[in-house]
Design a protein around this ligand. Structure first.
Ligand code: GCW
Length: 701
């Protein structure tokens, strides 16, 4: 080979390599749902005029430029899309929409097709630049999901004011219950990453981020960290995202060298006031505090014989002059002998209904225990009419197979939001409590514990990006159906192939029930291995607190299984409104999905299927396994319509999920069999190993 030939060969090889790398890069999941390639309607948009000058308008411009240059123009006279505010766009001002836009509020927007002489113009308008950014992402979503962009007529406003991600990020860069790498900001913050995080959030309407773990370290309130957070706030601001922090309640002792953190002590009050002033000097639009107090070892007002309201209101007073808010977590449970942990939050907080300051929200987990695969709604949602309440979801899958199991959580969140509290009679759904329509609460919100991290694909598993997406969409509109969200996400993220979309959406919608089946069917809960909570350990009984042990929750014995929360047991069911309590308390009317949550029933208890409880338990576990198996097969068939990189990565995860589902079924059934003393019903496969082996070593991830 001549020198020239070998150079040509080298070039060809290099070109191939580049192409290969580019392809891998393009499909590594980094782009999330923000993909604008191959949009059929793109050709119809000749030019776009973004009329406004601000960092946020620059973001709008950049985003639209990604559609393909030369789209963004200065001249609105010839533009086919105009984005702006009445204040910044003559065209929009002439439409005289001020009253309607004002009604849509600062984050709302209007998208309309206007016929202007001989041309049609799509107008995206708001009263704020952030509103136009949200409108822009809405418009892009229409293109991405291939919906008609003719005759557009949309008015949108978010149903909830605070739409936040909670990050359980620690000072060393680790993330509590995080499975997708390290913190995006605690270590070396990568600015590109921060921008892309903010952009992804803005695209789904998320407008706040709590930057540190609720198991808080006082150091986060030192000047060093406040400066760091101020820099992050600067990056997030154009995207409409405010920064919040979790303060440690005892910070006045640790940082201020005070002898106490008593919320009624004048020196403590003064310390927090000054701390708030310092924060707002650095971050003028700082959102506020999220507080975990007197829970799992965290300090709090109860340490000083003060109430939760005393603690929350003291912090709220420090933030109020700056329009900051306090989100006080209801995840509190003190250990008392013989108590039901599911009752704890209600007992401790319900008596303070109406006692919280106007800038306080109570942040309540969706269920009364702790982010289990399935829980009934938290009774507090029907019991505090004079308290502003915001639900807390866990997007990260602490109890749902980490970043290994495919579970689309929107289905579970819908079940929660649609639950009827009966607080004001029939139809008083949790969604209506939360959006303020039932009790007219002024501040509304929702928070999700994030599943993001430094992993290239953000969430450790491509399919779980859907849960981040779904959280944002539901926070914007808690009435959206899981199906709509799944369909949007699939089209935007994975494929435009219509048959594949239908299939994937079906799998997404089935996925939650499947996991419940192979982990905790029929109302079982907290069967997890201690500490990490990955695999099953229903036999676990060595934690120092009774309520950290699975045996406490399932109470299996020779008679039967389940936690009796009716009158004959803990009577926690009485925390619900009578209509709900009556339904749950009676085994005839209690939905079977909650049966063992509320009842201790005999192994031969007859279920609606006509099968006895023991058999039915087996069928549920088997059904869960079968679903994962058939999902793997279905996924294999989709290999042509999804890029090979993500297809293969997902297939690998599904294999782990199958291994785990089998393990869950076998470990749980073998263990429960030691009480039921019955054979597995026909159709339920037998475990490959003896129980001792499942007990000896945790399922690893
Ligand atoms: O789910 C549990 C987790 C803890 C978490 C706690 C909480 C941040 O196991 O890791 O701590 O809940 O929500 O406060």
């Amino acid at each position: 080979m001549s020198h020239r030939q070998s150079r040509t060969l080298l070039l060809i090889v290099l070109c191939f390599l580049c192409l290969f790398v580019a392809k891998v890069k393009a499909d590594d999941g980094y782009r999330l749902w923000l993909r604008y390639d191959q949009l059929p309607q793109r050709e119809r948009i000749k030019s776009i005029a973004v009329e406004g000058k601000s960092a946020t308008f620059d973001v709008v411009r950049n985003e639209l430029t990604l559609l393909g240059a030369p789209v963004v123009v200065e001249d609105s006279d010839h533009a086919s899309v105009i984005v702006g505010l009445p204040q910044t766009s003559t065209f929009i001002r002439k439409l005289r929409w001020e009253a309607e836009l004002n009604r849509l509020g600062p984050e709302g927007y209007r998208i309309r097709t206007i016929s202007d002489g001989h041309r049609n113009v799509i107008v995206i308008a708001s009263t704020t630049d952030i509103g136009t950014l949200y409108g822009t992402f809405h418009f892009l979503r229409l293109l991405q999901t291939e919906q008609s962009i003719d005759r557009l007529r949309t008015d949108e406003r978010p149903a909830l004011k605070l739409r936040l991600l909670d990050h359980w990020d620690n000072i060393d860069g680790s993330i509590e219950r995080g499975y997708a790498g390290k913190s995006l900001w605690m270590g070396m913050a990568d600015n590109r990453r921060l921008v892309d995080y903010a952009r992804a959030n803005a695209s789904i309407g998320i407008n706040g981020a709590v930057l540190n773990n609720v198991n808080a370290n006082s150091e986060f309130l030192t000047t060093k960290y406040l400066n760091k957070f101020a820099a992050i706030a600067d990056v997030f601001r154009p995207y409409g995202i405010r920064v919040y922090l979790s303060p440690r309640f005892s910070a006045p002792i640790e940082l201020g060298k005070l002898p106490t953190a008593d919320p009624l002590d004048p020196a403590v009050i003064e310390w927090w006031k000054q701390k708030a002033d310092e924060i707002y000097k650095l971050i003028p639009d700082f959102g506020g505090f999220l507080v975990k107090a007197n829970s799992e070892g965290q300090p709090g007002p109860r340490t000083y014989n003060r109430t939760h309201a005393d603690g929350a209101n003291m912090l709220a007073a420090a933030l109020a002059p700056h329009h900051g808010i306090v989100m006080w977590r209801a995840f509190v449970y003190d250990m008392k002998p013989g108590y039901d942990r599911a009752a704890a939050a209600y007992e401790e907080l319900q008596p303070f209904d109406g006692k919280f300051a106007p800038n306080v929200l109570l942040q309540v987990k969706n269920g009364p225990i702790d982010f289990q695969p399935r829980e009934p709604f938290h009774p507090l949602f029907g019991a505090m009419p004079r308290t502003q309440m915001m639900p807390e979801f866990q997007i990260t899958q602490e109890y749902l197979g980490f970043d290994n199991h495919f579970v689309f959580l929107a289905t579970m969140w819908r079940e929660f939001l649609d639950s009827d509290t009966y607080a004001r009679g029939r139809g008083s759904t949790v969604a209506r409590v939360v959006d303020g329509s039932l009790y007219r609460q002024r501040l509304t919100g929702i928070a999700g514990v994030a599943n993001t991290g430094t992993d290239r694909n953000w969430t450790g598993y491509d399919l779980l990006q859907a849960n981040w997406y779904a959280f944002g969409r539901l926070a914007w509109n808690p009435q959206l159906s899981a199906e709509q969200i799944a369909t949007e996400w699939t089209r935007m993220t994975l494929t435009h192939d219509a048959r594949a979309v239908t299939t994937i959406v079906r799998l997404m919608l089935e996925s939650h029930e499947a996991v419940v089946n192979y982990m905790t069917p029929l109302g079982l809960h907290h069967l997890f291995w201690g500490g990490h909570h990955y695999g099953p350990a229903p036999w676990w009984d060595t934690e120092k607190r009774a309520d950290w042990n699975p045996v406490y929750y399932h109470k299996a014995d020779s008679f039967g299984i389940g936690f009796d929360r009716t009158k004959t047991g803990s009577n926690t069911v009485s925390q619900y409104r009578p209509e709900v309590a009556r339904q749950f308390a009676n085994t005839d009317t209690c939905p079977e999905k909650y049966l063992l949550w509320f009842h201790h029933v005999p192994w031969d208890f007859m279920l609606k299927s006509g099968d006895a409880l023991w058999d039915e338990l087996g069928f549920h576990y088997q059904r869960g396994v079968d679903w994962v198996r058939s999902t793997r097969a279905t996924w294999a068939e989709l290999s042509g319509v999804i890029d090979p990189e993500r297809h293969a990565a997902i297939a690998k995860k599904l294999a782990i999920q199958e291994r785990d589902a089998v393990w869950w079924r076998d470990a749980c059934l073998l263990y429960f069999q030691t009480f039921s003393k019955e054979q597995l019903p026909p159709g339920v496969e037998h475990a490959a190993k003896p129980l001792s082996e499942y007990k000896a070593k945790a399922l690893d991830w």
